[in-house]
Design a protein around this ligand. Structure first.
Ligand code: TXA
Ligand code: MG
Length: 344
């Protein structure tokens, strides 16, 4: 089991020393936990990919604590990007901007852009300041698996290769940051996340295009958002989605029997027959649902059930990010699920 430490001046010092010595640290952020390492050190970046089993064509996000740090990473900040930074940083938004030569190619999968984010979580900010380096940090989960929203999720997912995990409590936002890039000078939302499309458009005073989800990425051929793989965020237990509860009342039973768990949303009573029901928000609050999403999926996945069913939430505000995670989780191939048996 990895070492989990409460954030204290001493544990922060220890974590910062480990990072400066080229080790990896589990870092809480307001979105999800990150697997952090020195963004300037290619050997460290290689280790991040290795322990996550992440393909090298999927670039990392570089985290900073101060606006002044952006200069070492980014060549040019367009006016739109500046507006977003001023309004939402520190916070759950990542900006994809032209990179400087200091950013190793491994961080960006060879692209000439780098993804930069200033997290809001006080422990992440304290750690970044104590380390004095920008930190590359993907979500601290094995590639394709459920995202971690507690320190324990990180410790359960990795048994070695991480110096320690700082426990910053459960993540307040619960889904990853919104990723925004620019194409021909116009903003594009590459990944829905903690800042809604509506808020982006209101802030910029213009329409923001949405990148096609599930854009195919393959080795040597990066897409605009290489992380937009057709599946992701997946539990080991097969997950089926319901788009409309009214027309498609979930039935837990399969012809051959078997136990099912349910992800539910809203004040309506959940249908009967499910062994476990997780209501993401009884008041139909999308922010609460985002906060609870991954922890609920982790619990259902750990319950040894045969199948999971999830209702989709309204496709607005944070609901876009929640539904995107659910769609990708449901699209996981059978061999991802088969690993469940090997892990048992
Ligand atoms: O909330 C978050 O963003 C969390 C916390 C830890 O900060 N991090 C996170 O990292 O979600 P990760 O590695 O799981 O997701 C990074 C996403 C991927 O979809 C990746 O393709 C995209 O950012 N990305 C990174 N660099 C990019 C670039 N240069 N161009 C386009 N997309 C990029
Ligand atoms: Mg991730």
């Amino acid at each position: 089991m990895l070492t989990i430490l409460e954030p204290t001046p001493e544990s922060l010092r220890k974590a910062a020393e480990a990072l400066r010595a080229g080790e990896l640290v589990g870092m809480p952020t307001e979105t999800v936990y990150g697997l952090a390492g020195n963004a300037f050190d290619p050997a460290v970046l290689a280790r991040i990919f290795e322990i996550k089993k992440r393909p090298f064509f999927d670039p990392l996000i570089v985290h900073v604590a101060e606006f002044t740090e952006v200069e070492a990473l980014v060549r040019d900040v367009p006016a739109d990007a500046r507006l977003l930074m001023e309004r939402f940083w520190p916070g759950p938004i990542t900006l994809v901007l032209p990179k400087t030569d200091r950013v190793p190619d491994l961080a960006t999968a060879g692209l000439d852009t780098v993804a930069v984010r200033m997290p809001a979580h006080p422990v992440a900010r304290a750690l970044l300041r104590a380390t004095g380096l920008p930190l590359a940090a993907p979500s601290a989960n094995p590639f394709g698996c459920l995202s971690p929203t507690t320190a324990l999720h990180v410790a359960e997912a990795f048994s070695e290769g991480i110096a320690l995990v700082l426990d910053g409590g459960p993540c307040r936002i619960g889904v990853e940051s919104t990723v925004v890039g620019w194409e021909n000078g116009e903003p594009v939302m590459l990944r829905p996340g903690g800042i809604s499309l509506e808020l982006l458009e209101e802030t910029l005073g213009k329409n923001v295009a949405v990148a096609a989800n599930g854009g195919e990425a393959s080795e040597g051929k990066a897409t605009a958002s290489p992380g937009n793989l057709p599946w992701h965020y997946a539990p080991r237990t097969p997950l089926r989605l319901l788009t409309s509860v009214a027309n498609d009342i979930p039935s837990p039973g399969k012809p051959g029997g078997g136990s099912s768990g349910l992800i539910w949303f809203g004040a309506e009573p959940a249908p009967e027959g499910f062994v476990l029901v997780e209501n993401l928000s009884a008041t139909a609050d999308l922010a609460e649902a985002a906060e609870k999403l991954f922890a609920a999926l982790h619990r259902l996945d750990a319950a040894g059930l045969d199948a999971l069913v999830a209702v989709m939430v309204p496709e607005q505000g944070l609901g876009r990010a929640i539904n995107e995670r659910l769609r990708k989780a449901a699209a996981a191939p059978v061999d991802h699920r088969d690993q469940r048996n090997r892990l048992k």
